[in-house]
Design a protein around this ligand. Structure first.
Ligand SMILES: Cc1cc2nc3c(=O)[nH]c(=O)nc-3n(C[C@H](O)[C@H](O)[C@H](O)COP(=O)(O)OP(=O)(O)OC[C@H]3O[C@@H](n4cnc5c(N)ncnc54)[C@H](O)[C@@H]3O)c2cc1C
Length: 531
C-alpha cells in the first residue's frame, strides 16, 4: 500500500479532484490505480477565508515498487495498515458462570462487543431504560422538569454520551489500532464513513441513538443478553473473590467476572463499592460554567466567514493559565449545539452540552472549567470530590429554582443578576431562570473564569461579549474517583474489572470504548491462560 501525505485541496474539492491529484502525484494512469481511501482529512484555515483540506490517503497501485522509485517524494511512502485483532475462546471453553457487565455506556457496550466476538455470552445490566424509552423520558424531563433518577441524560442504554455532541476525538495514543477500531465499529452500526478520517469526527445525538440500538441488536444476536431498568444494588465477595451481584435489591446473579463500567455519575454505586472496601482513590476533575455565543462569531474567527457551504459549524479549543496558577480551559465544545439539563439526582442541577449531527442551532457553547484537586476539598473520605460536586449542584438547583440558572457575562463581571437577554438567545434543553452565578462557585474560581474569558477575547474577538450567556453548573466533567486496578485490569478483588470513565480510566466516548476493548481482551487472556 502507498501512503501519500500533505495533499492540499480547496474545501470545495470533490472525490474526483482528489483522485486526479493522486494519479498526478504518483504519475500513474487510471489503469494502474487499484483503489484508494482517505486516512486523514484536516482543515488548513491559515489563509481564511481561503480554506483548504489537507489529506493523507492510502493507495493500492499496480507495480508499487516501480511507482515509488519513480516519484521520489518525501510525502509518498510504502505503508502497512495496522488492523486490530480479537482473541478467540477455544470452542471447548464453556464458562460455568457468564461474565456480567454493569453499564451499557461506551465502555460496557464495547467490552460486550469484544466478548461476543470472542465467543462468550455476557449479561449486560443497565439501571436505565433502553434507548427508545429513555429518549421519551429525557424529553419529558426537559419539557416538564420531572426527573427520573434512574433514566436520564446520565443513565440509560448508551450511557452518558448518548445525549451529546458525540465528539469522537481522543488524546489516548494506542499502538494496537483500538482508536480506529472503535470508529470502524461505529461505522459498522450506522455512523457515516467520514468519521474514519475526519480530524474532529462527531456523531450527534440523533445518529447515536440509532447506533446504540444497532449495536445492542448485534450483541444480542451473537449471544449477549441485556437487562434494562436493572441496577446493581449489591455485590457478594468471598475470600477476596467476586461471587455474585444483586439486582434491584431482589435478584441474585452468580458470576466470577464482573465488569464495572458504571460511569462518572453512579454515586450510589460508588458508595456501595466503598462500603465493600473496593480499593478506590479520590481523583482530580474540573468544574465550571457553560458559555454560549452566536455560532457565526466562532465561524468568522475560524473560517473568516460567518457561514461556509462546505464546512459545518466551527469549533474552538482554548486554554489559559491564571495568575493564581489555576488553568482555565474550554471543554466539550458543542458547535451549533444546545446546553442541556444533565441532572440525575433530585434537587441537584448539572449542565452539559449536546448537538445533533447537523450542528445547526444558532449558538456555539462550551464548558469553561477550572481543575479542582482533592486538596480543594479537605478530608480523608475517598468520595469527598463527589460531595463537592453535589454541594455545587444543590446550589445551582436553588439558584435557578429548579431550572438552569443563567446570567449574561457582563452581569457576571458586575456580580448582579440579569434581567433580560441581549443578542444571544439561549439554545437549551430544559427550562432556565436568571440568577447570579457568582454565588455558585468559590470566588477564586469565579475570578479565574473571568481572567480566562478576558484572555480568550484576545484570541476570539467577541468572546467576552457582555451578552454571552453563562449557565451552570458544569460538574460532571470526569469521575471524582478511580477504582484501582492492576496491569491485568483487575481490581484487588479477584474477578472485578473496573472499566471506563466511572472507574477513572477514560474521559470521553472513544477513550471509554477503547478501555472497554482493553478490558474485554484482558478477560479473554485470563480465560485462555487458565483454561
Ligand atoms: C451531555 C453529555 C455530553 C457529552 N458529550 C461528549 C462528547 O461529545 N464526546 C465525548 O467524547 N464525550 C462526551 N461526554 C462524556 C461521555 O459521555 C463519557 O465520557 C462516556 O459516556 C463514558 O462512558 P462509560 O461507558 O465509561 O460511562 P457512561 O457512559 O456514563 O455509562 C455508564 C452506564 O452505567 C450505568 N450504571 C451506573 N451504575 C449502575 C448500576 N449500579 N447498575 C446498572 N447500571 C449502572 C449508567 O446508567 C450508564 O448508562 C458527554 C457526557 C454528557 C453527560
Amino acid at each position: 500500500m502507498v501512503k501519500i501525505q500533505q495533499i492540499k485541496l480547496p474545501v470545495s474539492c470533490t472525490k474526483e479532484d482528489l483522485e486526479n491529484k493522486i494519479k498526478k502525484l504518483l504519475k500513474i494512469s487510471s489503469d494502474d490505480l487499484i483503489s484508494w481511501n482517505i486516512r486523514r482529512q484536516s482543515l488548513d484555515a491559515r489563509r481564511k477565508p481561503d480554506l483548504f483540506f489537507v489529506y493523507t490517503v492510502e493507495v493500492a497501485v499496480k507495480r508499487e515498487k516501480q511507482v515509488l522509485k519513480k516519484v521520489n517524494n518525501k510525502n509518498i511512502m510504502s505503508t502497512t495498515p495496522v488492523n486490530f485483532s480479537y482473541l478467540k475462546a477455544d470452542k471447548n471453553i464453556t464458562l460455568k458462570k457468564r461474565p456480567v457487565i454493569v453499564g451499557s455506556g461506551p465502555a460496557g457496550l464495547f467490552c460486550a462487543y469484544y466478548l461476543v466476538k470472542a465467543g462468550l455470552k455476557p449479561l449486560i445490566i443497565e439501571r436505565g431504560e433502553d434507548v427508545e424509552n429513555r429518549l421519551k423520558t429525557v424529553e419529558k424531563f426537559w419539557e416538564t422538569g420531572t426527573l427520573n433518577t434512574e433514566s436520564n441524560v446520565q443513565f440509560g442504554e448508551g450511557g452518558a454520551g448518548t445525549f451529546s455532541d458525540g465528539k469522537l476525538n481522543t488524546l489516548v495514543k494506542d499502538t494496537k489500532g483500538r482508536n480506529q477500531e472503535v470508529l470502524k465499529i461505529f461505522v459498522e452500526f450506522g455512523a457515516p464513513e467520514e468519521i474514519l478520517y475526519q480530524q474532529k469526527p462527531h456523531l450527534g445525538t440523533d445518529l447515536l441513538i440509532g447506533i446504540v440500538k444497532n449495536m445492542r441488536n448485534y450483541i444480542k444476536s451473537a449471544g449477549g443478553e441485556f437487562s434494562f431498568s436493572s441496577k446493581m444494588t449489591d455485590i457478594q465477595i468471598e475470600n477476596g473473590i467476586i461471587k455474585s451481584i444483586t439486582i434491584n435489591d431482589v435478584e441474585n446473579v452468580e458470576t466470577d467476572c464482573l465488569v464495572l463500567a458504571i460511569g462518572h455519575s453512579a454515586r450510589d454505586t460508588f458508595m456501595l463499592l466503598k462500603n465493600k472496601n473496593l480499593p478506590m482513590e479520590a481523583k482530580a476533575f474540573a468544574v465550571g460554567l457553560r458559555i454560549e455565543h452566536l455560532q457565526t462569531l466562532i465561524n468568522l474567527y475560524q473560517y473568516g466567514q460567518e457561514n461556509s457551504s462546505y464546512l459545518s459549524a466551527a469549533s474552538y479549543k482554548l486554554t489559559h493559565k491564571c495568575q493564581n496558577k489555576r488553568g482555565v480551559y474550554s471543554f466539550c465544545m458543542c458547535p451549533g449545539g444546545f446546553v442541556v439539563n444533565a441532572s440525575s439526582e433530585e434537587k441537584r442541577l448539572a449542565v452539559n452540552g449536546m448537538s445533533y449531527h447537523d450542528r445547526d442551532s444558532d449558538n456555539a457553547n462550551s464548558a469553561l472549567i477550572v481543575t479542582v484537586v482533592p486538596e480543594d476539598f479537605p478530608g480523608t473520605d475517598v468520595l469527598r470530590g463527589m460531595e463537592f460536586q453535589r454541594n455545587l449542584e444543590e446550589k445551582a438547583y436553588k439558584l435557578g429554582k429548579g431550572n438552569i440558572p443563567i446570567q449574561l457575562y457582563g452581569d457576571f463581571v458586575q456580580n448582579k443578576t440579569s434581567v433580560s437577554l441581549g443578542k444571544v438567545n439561549p439554545c437549551m434543553k430544559g427550562n432556565y431562570s436568571f440568577a447570579n452565578l457568582r454565588e455558585l462557585l468559590p470566588e477564586e474560581l469565579n475570578t479565574s473564569l473571568i481572567e480566562g474569558i478576558e484572555a480568550f477575547e484576545k484570541i476570539i474577538p467577541g468572546f467576552s461579549g457582555e451578552d454571552s450567556v453563562l449557565s451552570g453548573i458544569e460538574s460532571r466533567t470526569s469521575s471524582p474517583v478511580r477504582i484501582v486496578r492492576n496491569e491485568l485490569f483487575e481490581s484487588e478483588i479477584c474477578g472485578i474489572y473496573p472499566c471506563g470513565e466511572g472507574a477513572g480510566y477514560a474521559g470521553g466516548i472513544t477513550s471509554a470504548a477503547m478501555d472497554g476493548l482493553k478490558v474485554g481482551e484482558a478477560i479473554m487472556k485470563k480465560i485462555i491462560n487458565f483454561s
